[in-house]
Design a protein around this ligand. Sequence first.
Ligand code: HEM
Length: 428
Amino acid sequence: MTATPATDPAHSGEPSAAPTDPPVDISALVPPVRLWEDGFATDPHRYYEELRSHGPVGWCELAPGVAAYLVTGHRAALDLLQNPEIWSHDPRPWETTVPGDPPVLGMMRWRPNTLFADGEAHLRYRRTLVDAFSLVEPHDLRERVRRAVEILVCRFGPKGRADLVSDFCRPLMAIVFNDLFGLPMCESERLDAALALLIEGGERAAAGERDYFRYVAELIDTKTAKRGKDLTSWLLDHPLRLTPEEVTWQVFLTLGTGHEPVANLVSNALSRILGNPDYYQTLTRGARPVMEAVTEVLRYEPPLANYAIYYSRRTFGFHGTWVRSAVPVAISFGALAYFAEKEYEGGHHPRDASHVTWGAGPHVCPVKQHTLLIAIEAIERLTQWLPDLDPVLPRERLSWRPGPFHRSLTALPVRFTPRTPEPSGERP
Ligand code: HEM
């Protein structure tokens, strides 16, 4: 049986329960929508439509047997994100109820860091991250991205063809983040491989988690022995005196939440740009800023589709549904974006239309400006070096990596006129 909530005429056809309606137990009314199925990566919108039919708060599975509520209504999402008295980010009560070792546990289990903390502990962790990132100067970050793009274009530029996911976006972020956190470039492939397994949440997720932890532990050992001008050293020396274990988990969180979504942001933006020749020409002629394509992805195809997971401190009625404590409640940025895009279909979407892809409230992404700078610089430099990038496949035929949390292309094959950057320092 499917719940049929009323439609709210004031907000984009968004379903909302009438204030007088008693909440329903959605988990008893509908079978969970399985976000772990391969079909979710191929056609997430079908899944979001089904979830929306449950109301602003739907019922899903993140992995076989791991049930969660999924928020697909804009107002419910803001209501949740901005009420830390009701909603906790601490998964430990839920963890005690989880049978076995589901593949998504690597992404959801508690660790002593910003993301899984509430209140004072959260403020302390968050302060150290914000302070460390404030030491990264924008011109320095731009230069690091520029150098990394050149290294990669030197590798694949002469071939005249490339897969922009595996040859560009993923290795680029691994090089940039390795560099920011203080490890040499030769370590970046290890980082990339471990993170890819972890976030997909599939059978090899536990191996990915192990490899990634080993990588971070080695990084902390290296920086404990000898500090450098990098984020890890600044976290180790922060006046709030995090323990080495706390620094380890801060780095574990930040490298992971940094690398994957930015790689996906850039590849999703490139696929949108290259799939639309008019759009691409306006960009390469400089008539349209790259910022617009990046903002479009953030607004309509967020790379972190369903990874803001909260837990109610008590069982209560929330936007028409009884929400039980110790059950994950995920904000679906992917669904929010899909329904926002649908709202403007056929019309002209306002350039400044708001979105919540960075989150909201106390846990809002602290690294938004750095992310935008990295993504924009990466796309600008690439398209300057290779101005005639031509996609091999139309966008509808591209495939997407499985996993409940992200929106991530498997590959983005392109052709272009071969080019070899001059070691003499020639710049486009
Ligand atoms: C496209 C790129 C990115 C997107 C869409 C994004 C989005 C988000 C969102 C939605 C949250 C809030 C999650 C919640 O409420 O549970 C968040 C938090 C966070 N993000 Fe980002 N992020 C991006 C890039 C980055 C990067 C590059 C870094 C670091 C290098 C980063 C570090 C963090 C951290 C540490 C938090 C936790 C903050 C806290 O709990 O106080 N993010 N991000």
